[in-house]
Design a protein around this ligand. Structure first.
Ligand code: T4K
Length: 374
């Protein structure tokens, strides 16, 4: 098989046309208003409220700062414990730690790769203040069970929804579950503002608090009331966001065709398992993870290297686990005994190239490389 002439990456950003961007820039240049909650910023928040079917939206300069602010806004006691998953991006536990809170890792479900809600209770102590589950790759967590546990133990729930833009569960926006949900609008996400993100939440009492925390805690020219941060999205990001809102559904449709082609090719390859979404959930089309089972002739790492030889850059999200990172590996909850499923799957999952402009013939070739694994 021929090597691809150009690299094929795991993601490729959704880009508005240069003409459309030019129009937006001309407007922004005309107003000379570049940031600090400008017109585009306000427009984007209003549009996202409808798109995500949520009560409140606050947009941010990136998803990590949004998540950091979400935890801060809930006033969790300093030093308290937040139960989370190790099978996620570094941002998730880091945002807990930056808030002077302690991450406690909980194992994951083998099918959805999300936090195993049935293991959460065992990790709750008098010092637990919140649960931070991740809807990883686009698979929703067991939101009902998590909500039940949170109510029983009076815990806050912040969902990391970096991968679930536009997902609905039984017609309900995924950003309506828990106390707060964070979405990421990074370039590699289905919907992007180059860098960006947002928080969604039902409690109107959080609107002003989050607004202020996002802007250094400043109330007015002479009063600073909270220890805030700079989480503001600028007008150029917001303009990209407004344009991409018109494009992302079409991108999603294209990705569905790409996904179908992968399924068609890989479902018949013994030793490859493709995790599937529940039927009551809409597909964000964020990532395309496959699981390389022990019965497959080569390991995940070997397959990753074989693909690379052909100029295909799949990714081992999320290897290593966050519980393997230097700052967390000594935590009692990071032990392999506590995380058997995550430790098994970290060596088996591979995210394949997945974006709308990926040609179906390219998908066929990638699948042939996988099937032949040489
Ligand atoms: N929570 C979760 C569960 C997350 O996954 C993330 C971010 C966050 C929180 C935090 O949200 P943000 O603060 O990022 O909004 C990427 C992204 O940078 C990161 O946003 C994402 N998760 C993570 C899973 O993936 P890397 O280090 O893998 O990115 P990078 O630069 O290797 O990009 C991957 C591929 O995408 C490249 O090989 C080529 C392509 N690419 C990338 C960029 C940046 C492009 O084609 N154009 C681009 O501009 O982290």
């Amino acid at each position: 098989m021929e090597r691809f002439p150009n690299p094929i990456y795991v993601a490729s950003p959704l880009l508005p046309s240069l003409d459309d961007i030019q129009g937006e820039l001309t407007e922004i240049w005309g107003t000379k208003w570049l940031t600090n909650m400008g017109v585009k910023h306000r427009q984007l928040e209003a549009c996202l409220k409808n798109e995500l079917k949520v009560q409140n939206v606050s947009i941010f300069n990136n998803g990590a700062i949004a998540l950091l602010t979400a935890l801060k806004a809930l006033d969790l006691p300093i030093g308290s414990e937040v139960i989370t998953t190790p099978f996620t991006f570094a941002a998730t536990p880091h945002c807990i730690s930056w808030n002077n809170l302690k991450p406690v890792f909980c194992d994951i479900e083998p099918d959805t790769l999300t936090i195993d809600a049935h293991r959460i209770k065992n990790l709750i102590t008098p010092n637990t203040s919140a649960i931070l589950p991740v809807h990883v790759y686009g698979f929703p967590c067991n939101v009902d069970e998590i909500q039940k546990i949170a109510e029983e133990y009076s815990l806050k729930v912040v969902f990391d929804g970096a991968h679930v833009f536009s997902t609905e569960i039984d017609g309900r926006g995924i950003g309506t579950f828990g106390d707060i949900t964070m979405f990421s609008f990074h370039a590699t996400k289905l919907y992007n503002t180059a860098e960006g993100g947002c928080l969604t939440y039902g409690d109107d009492g959080l609107v002003d608090k989050i607004y202020n925390l996002r802007n250094f805690g400043i109330r007015n020219e002479e009063k600073v009331a909270d220890i805030g941060i700079n989480g503001k999205m600028n007008e150029i990001q917001a303009a990209i966001g407004l344009l991409n809102l018109k494009l992302f559904r079409e991108e999603q449709t294209k990705r569905m065709a790409v996904r179908a082609r992968y399924y068609e090719n890989l479902d018949r390859v013994a030793g490859i398992r493709i995790p599937r979404l529940r039927t009551d959930v809409t597909d964000s089309c964020q990532y395309l993870p496959i699981v390389i089972e022990n019965s497959f002739p080569v390991t995940r790492n070997a397959l990753y290297n074989i693909l690379k030889k052909y100029n295909v850059f799949a990714r081992k999200y999320f290897y290593p686990l966050c519980s393997d990172y230097e700052p967390y590996k000594a935590l009692p909850s990071s032990s392999r005994e506590n995380l058997p499923v995550a430790n098994d799957l970290k060596n088996k999952v591979l995210c394949l190239p997945f974006y709308g402009s990926l040609e179906l013939q390219e998908v066929d070739i990638i699948c042939k490389i996988i099937a032949e694994n040489v």
